[in-house]
Design a protein around this ligand. Structure first.
Ligand code: GLY
Length: 404
């Protein structure tokens, strides 16, 4: 589809949205606001980076706001280092703006060294959001080579006996072989590499990881544990914990969203129906949960105590919306339900959770929660919320086009 067509269909869609749901005057997605905010972020990044010249660190991206309101910038090894570049790629796709694409290139390339970073599972987060989106839009062979090396590095974290990719190397006194639900997101890089190279190994590792996670991460109500720890000698599960949720037995909101997105994507890539059923079950858990607020933006944990100051997690909502547009393609009998919910999430994000022009240093959305138990990034803008919001907007446009 040409960009012009895409942008014009997006405009039509916005007009439709406005006329259907115009109870609120501000019911609008402004592509120029998105463009201006993302440009503002790049200016603020350059200012913030200039102040760190003596720190010895090579900062490459924006991540969030610090508690004093200043911009939090990160080096390439940070798990969030790719999302701002990714937002620029997605926004360039939505708007057709060449300046955004130029900026996207600028913020993508400094991540290249991560292709050799084998000490974390976060490879998919970092590289698919940046180089992956860049390759989708430009077919630049340099990006392709970097992605293939990244996938290769990620496979070194797979343990045959356990049948999963190790998530973290930290907290070795607590966990022997931690695998977190978030890790489902990194599998997309392996599926991509398998298709690009014809090497089945990437595919097999991704499928095995998804099967192992399906067997051990989910509870009877289809919510998921955050961390499952495995014994490296026997492959058996040692324990099930949380790291960022309210308690070991609670449903951490972003974890549920990662699971939903992860299994929808795994079904798209494999056609394995148990992955589709799991995605449907997770969607049911989230969308029918009694603690999901009417605006469909979850609190940071579905089981968090109902205090007046309980923060939301906009990032979980954005990931959920993006996943629902995907899942709706595969489940005709629930399509309407998924789309209504995804549309409602986007309406809430557009109307109630978006930064006003010039606000939040340029981030698009406020009110995400990174890690409540660590008192870190509570009720603030975070770059992955913006990234999945933009992806959801793009998927909404494409979905409506296909279903006109
Ligand atoms: N993958 C880390 C997080 O979701 O916070």
């Amino acid at each position: 589809m040409s960009l012009i067509k895409l942008v014009s269909s997006f405009t039509v869609l916005l007009c439709m949205t406005i006329s259907c749901h115009s109870a609120r005057k501000s019911e609008n997605v402004s592509l120029s606001r998105i463009k201006n905010q993302l440009n503002l972020l790049s200016v603020n990044f350059k200012d913030a980076k200039a102040q760190t010249i003596d720190s010895g660190k090579d900062f490459v991206s924006v991540r969030s706001l610090n508690s004093d309101g200043s911009l939090k910038i990160v080096p390439s090894k940070d798990w969030c280092s790719g999302f701002y570049a990714g937002s620029l790629w997605l926004a360039s796709d939505l708007t057709g703006d060449a300046g955004l694409q130029k900026l996207a290139r600028e913020f993508t390339l400094p991540l290249e060294n991560e292709k050799f970073n084998g000490v974390t599972h976060d490879m998919g987060f970092k590289m698919m959001s940046s180089f992956g989106q860049g390759y989708r839009l430009t077919k630049d062979s340099v990006y392709r080579d970097i992605l293939i090396q990244s996938a290769k590095t990620l496979t070194t974290r797979f343990n045959e006996k356990i049948g999963a990719i190790r998530s973290w190397d930290h907290n070795q006194d607590k966990w022997q072989y931690p695998v977190i639900i978030d890790n489902m997101m990194n599998l997309e890089l392996l599926f991509w590499a398998s298709k690009q190279t014809g090497d089945q190994l990437y595919y097999n590792i991704a499928v095995k990881h998804a099967e192992t996670t399906l067997a051990n991460h989910f509870r009877a109500d289809n919510s998921s544990f955050h961390v499952v720890d495995y014994d490296t000698l026997t492959g058996a599960v040692i324990k099930k914990n949380t790291h960022q949720g309210f308690s070991d037995s609670s449903a951490w909101s972003r974890g549920q969203a990662w699971g939903l997105y992860g299994y929808s994507m795994c079904y798209r890539e494999t056609g394995i129906v148990s992955f589709l059923y799991q995605a449907e079950k997770i969607a049911d858990f989230i969308l029918n949960h009694p603690n999901l607020p009417a605006d469909k933006i979850p609190y940071w944990d579905f089981d968090a105590p109902a205090t007046p100051s309980r923060p939301r997690d906009v990032s979980a909502a954005a990931i959920t919306a993006s996943a629902l547009y995907e899942l709706a393609r595969f489940v005709p009998q629930k399509k309407e339900f998924y789309i209504q919910n995804a549309d409602q999430i986007l309406r809430s994000l557009n109307n109630e959770y978006s930064s006003k022009s010039g606000e939040n240093k340029g981030f698009l959305l406020g009110h995400s929660t990174g890690s409540f138990p660590h008192n870190s990034e509570i009720d603030v803008p975070i770059n992955y919320a913006d990234y999945y919001y933009l992806e959801a907007l793009l998927r909404q446009v494409n979905f409506k086009k296909r279903n006109q």
